[in-house]
Design a protein around this ligand. Structure first.
Ligand SMILES: [Zn+2]
Length: 258
């Protein structure tokens, strides 16, 4: 199975949209994604928070939509250290590792150019969407041209906003963070029976988002920012965690479709 670095996402989006990669990008565009998506007028990146490869494989039977896409186009991505959300979404939009892009929290500014900056310079627009208080809004939205405005408190509200933006504003680039998975895995552990509900919800979200994006001629890149592993209950009684360098936290699925 082909594995690519998380740093390859920004250069891939840039090449698909015929603009230069962000200045500090550390990888080349992904050849097999270019082969299948070249010519798409717009690109969307859908990030299912914490859906690592091991977790996806474990819950595979409960994700028929993702599994059907996987059969057509599949590789893996390796998260950059530290395997945390803002650091890896930051990497997706800059192509750079943590000490280069500098977004070590969702409130820290980027120290280098983002794909949003490059697109803006070329007369194109990007959207960054996520829940209020989460990376998709606080970090990506802060640098994007189009956002939820901070009104979306949960994934359904982010999704409603995304459908509206796709059909009314139709930005050249759109990146969305889906949060219920990360939240649920932390609470119950990624392999706990209670996590099935978040998995099923993520798959249904993917089905609706893909339909909406295809209607508007987007090429779609589906990935996760990092995985998660099971822990003994911590001081907050959490049963799932990430941030380590092990494959469970760092290897995530990469799927693309148009
Ligand atoms: Zn998390």
């Amino acid at each position: 199975m082909n594995e690519y670095p998380m740093q390859a996402i920004a250069p891939t989006v840039a090449r698909l949209l015929n603009v230069p990669a962000p200045e500090k990008a550390e990888a080349e565009a992904i050849d097999i994604v270019m082969r299948d998506l070249t010519g798409v007028p717009r690109v969307a990146v859908l990030g299912i928070d914490a859906l690592g490869l091991a977790i996806y494989q474990y819950w595979h039977a409960k994700m028929p939509i993702m599994a059907a896409l996987e059969r057509q186009a599949f590789a893996t991505l390796r998260s950059i250290p530290i395997s945390k959300t803002c650091i890896n979404f930051g990497c997706m939009v800059t192509g750079a590792s943590m000490h280069v892009h500098g977004a070590v929290t969702r409130d820290t500014p980027f120290q280098c150019e983002t794909i949003f900056d490059v697109l803006r310079r070329h007369g194109k627009r990007g959207a960054g969407l996520g829940r209020k208080g989460w990376t998709g809004h606080e970090l990506l939205g802060r640098h994007a041209d189009i956002t939820t405005g901070g009104a979306a408190q949960d994934d359904p509200a982010v999704e409603a906003c995304a459908h509206r933006i796709i059909h009314e504003q139709t930005p050249d680039f759109l990146i969305v963070q889906y949060g219920l998975t990360d939240e649920t895995f932390h609470r119950h552990g990624p392999y706990a029976p209670q996590s099935a509900e978040a998995i099923i919800a993520a798959d249904a979200w993917l089905e609706r988002m893909a339909a909406s994006l295809r209607d508007a001629s987007y090429g779609i890149i589906l990935l996760a920012d990092h995985g998660q592993h099971t822990i003994q209950p911590d001081e907050d009684n959490r049963l799932g965690a990430h941030g380590a360098d092990a494959d469970e936290d760092c290897v995530v699925p990469l799927i693309w479709t148009r």
